[in-house]
Design a protein around this ligand. Structure first.
Ligand SMILES: *[C@@H]1O[C@H](CO)[C@@H](O)[C@H](O)[C@H]1NC(C)=O
Length: 198
């Protein structure tokens, strides 16, 4: 009888334990999600920002640094795949003079933006626990490069503003690059928040 009571007690305790850890995991998750939403609300494209980052809430938790780093990684990945996409389109036959030139310039600008974004990520990664002057120095490098990456991406978009281009090619490139430029602009906003709140 005593044994039976003891084992039911143990069972009850383990149920309580399991449900409390599950609960705290849920609380942690929603804490991170709220943090991402609050930080994204100050960016230029808040809905896109939450869309891009909420799936990484476990890695981000409530860390400004992780948030900025993740936003930059997402932006870099999109810039890379878009550069590959545009470059492949540029190799298609039958592209006309102006259009060909715009695609070529766009690939140049997008490759620049990929370089700047990957340099920014490395810089953030190397900062470690740097404080004071050193932190500000690395941070201002990152801010400069990410801001230049946004300019590169917008330059590509502007190249497709004119008439006289294949509507389909133009639309598919513009749409993708505009998305990358918005994601990068958001990443810049989150980098600036990290710099300001450090
Ligand atoms: C974009 O690429 C073109 C062609 O290489 C170049 O002339 C222009 O300076 C680039 N713009 C930026 C902002 O890098």
């Amino acid at each position: 009888m005593a044994r039976l009571i003891l084992s039911s007690l143990l069972l009850l305790l383990s149920i309580l334990y399991i449900s409390s850890t599950a609960e705290s995991a849920v609380a942690r998750h929603s804490g991170a999600t709220d943090f991402i939403k609050a930080s994204c609300s100050a960016t230029r494209y808040p809905v896109l920002c939450v869309q891009c980052l909420s799936m990484y809430s476990n890695a981000i938790q409530r860390s400004q640094r992780q948030l900025a780093q993740t936003a930059l990684s997402v932006s870099l990945a999109r810039a890379r795949s878009t550069t590959a996409f545009v470059s492949k389109l540029g190799k298609a036959k039958g592209m006309k003079g102006r259009e060909y030139q715009a695609v070529k310039d766009c690939v140049d600008n997008m490759s620049d933006s990929v370089d700047r974004l990957s340099r920014s990520l490395r810089e953030l990664g190397h900062m470690g626990q740097a404080g004071g002057q050193e932190f500000m120095w690395h941070m201002s490098n990152v801010q400069t490069w990410v801001s230049a990456a946004v300019t590169d991406e917008n330059t590509c978009v502007d190249g497709f503003a004119g008439r006289g281009m294949d509507g389909h090619v133009k639309a598919s490139i513009r749409g993708r690059v505009i998305n990358v430029a918005q994601v990068t602009s958001n990443a810049l906003g989150l980098v600036n928040q990290f710099a300001a709140r450090h």
